[in-house]
Design a protein around this ligand. Structure first.
Ligand code: HEC
Ligand code: HEC
Length: 385
């Protein structure tokens, strides 16, 4: 159970950050010493801070001592600009913005901005997820294969067969794709691309097949019923969803536990009493203490064991680049493959690598290398000696 101190701390830590936007509250941060005394929550481990570190991690001690300046209440316009939530199908998609786009328009966009990663007709390729593997209704059947018909192929788990809600597709494309320049698509383009992805999944809307000329908009979008909508358990629909989910998980036989026959005799390691199950109360963990360090370098070891961190370009290449370079992108040391890139000069190669290209190179290869580290990996890749 949470005691009063815990409750106060939880509220003053993470929740207030969000709640303040709405309330305009200006309460200061909890004083540092009260957090240090904080006991653990329901089995969650609390690590003590010593010498500015907790275990091997540096602690952001400033966050304890600073009185937070919580700013002001946002205006209605600021909130509207920030609140891009489209509110999924469960709430009737009331948040879907106005807009429209046809399958044909979507196909054109797809060929220009998506095909290099997601493959022809969304078939997937080069380590990027497939967006379709055929007919959604047929693919959906493969999801049951593993459990009921273990000898059949499956499960095919892609958007069409697996996802319970189509609104996730719309939101995901608008906010995250194309991978190298996310948030560049307009709402209309997002409708067009969604329409195209429904098309390659051979889906129907309200009984009508989605064909080339089909135009998707904020109204008919709400009629999409994903084939696997009812394929999930526990059921998380409806006003009693939370209680249903709790009841489901309270009974381990619902998720694979086998019932033991009490008449069966136990020979070794027998459990004599019912173990008490410790649960996190009141909706789960809502804080993280101590705050995670924002410092990225390793703590320097004291004494003669001080370790020097040297950057290893080959290792970084293997860790962050080889999932693409060496298969469909030029491998390190492959002179012929790199020649077309190097013609434009190293400055441009670095820049393209750092910023990403439309041909499938994500900015920094999706790594968190610094500029210099990234460049030294590139140097390693194009050093043909
Ligand atoms: C540079 C490569 C790249 C490009 C270009 C790209 N994507 Fe993606 N896409 C990815 C990667 C990588 C993921 C998986 C991301 C993850 O799981 O974190 C992904 C995931 C997705 C998913 C979710 C798939 C799933 O089943 O989880 C959709 C939908 C999607 N992309 C649509 C698009 C669309 C539409 C475009 C074109 C506008 C596009 N992508 C362009 C790399 C790319
Ligand atoms: C998700 C796949 C992927 C990853 C991961 C990736 N690359 Fe690439 N990279 C590509 C592709 C594809 C190209 C070819 C792009 C083109 O044809 O313009 C490329 C091209 C490049 C180029 C040449 C850019 C130009 O146009 O001159 C450099 C430099 C580069 N990658 C460096 C790296 C480094 C360094 C890493 C690892 C830190 C890395 N890449 C990780 C896919 C990837």
């Amino acid at each position: 159970m949470l005691n009063k101190l815990n409750k106060k701390l939880i509220v003053s830590a993470s929740v207030i950050a969000a709640a303040l936007l709405a309330t305009g509250c200006t309460e200061g941060a909890a004083p540092a010493d009260s957090i240090v005394k904080k006991p653990s929550i329901d089995g969650g481990v609390y690590y003590p801070i010593a010498n500015g570190q907790t275990g091997p991690y540096k602690v952001n001690e400033q966050a304890y001592s600073m009185a937070l300046n919580h700013g002001r209440v946002p205006t209605a316009n600021e909130l509207a600009a920030w609140d891009k939530d489209i509110q999924g199908v469960r709430t009737g998609n009331r948040g879907l913005p106005e807009g429209k786009g046809t399958v044909n328009e979507g196909e054109e966009l797809y060929e220009a901005q998506c095909v290099m990663c997601h493959g022809d007709f969304g078939s997937g390729g080069g380590g990027y997820p497939a967006l379709s593997k055929g007919n959604a209704y047929e693919m959906q059947k493969t999801l049951q294969n593993q459990r009921n018909l273990p000898d059949n192929d499956g499960p095919v788990r892609v958007f069409g067969s697996y996802w319970p809600e189509a609104s996730t597709l719309w939101w995901y494309i608008r906010d995250a794709m194309p991978h190298t320049k996310s948030k560049t698509l307009t709402d209309d383009e997002t409708y067009a691309l969604s329409a195209y992805i429904l098309y390659v999944n051979e889906m129907e809307i309200d009984g009508e097949p989605v064909e080339d000329e089909f135009e998707l908009n904020q109204d008919n979008f709400k009629l999409i019923k994903m084939p696997n909508k009812d394929g999930f358990e526990p059921n998380i629909e409806g006003p009693t969803a939370l209680d249903d989910v709790r009841a489901y998980y309270a009974n381990p036989t619902n998720f694979g536990a086998k019932k033991v026959d009490p008449a069966q005799r136990c020979m070794t390691n027998c459990q004599t009493e019912t173990a008490e199950i410790v649960r996190i109360q009141n909706g789960g963990i809502s804080e993280f203490h101590p705050p995670m360090s924002i410092v990225r370098d390793l703590p320097v070891e004291k004494g003669d064991g001080a370790h020097k961190v040297t950057f290893d370009a080959k290792k970084a290449y293997e860790e962050s680049c080889t999932m693409c370079h060496g298969s469909f992108a030029p491998a390190a040391k492959d002179k012929a493959a790199w020649e077309p890139f190097l013609g434009k000069g190293m400055a441009a190669v670095y820049k393209n690598g750092l910023e990403g290209t439309e041909m499938g190179m994500p900015a920094r290869g999706g790594s968190s290398l610094t500029d210099d580290e990234f460049k030294s990996v590139v140097d390693y890749m194009v050093n043909f000696k």
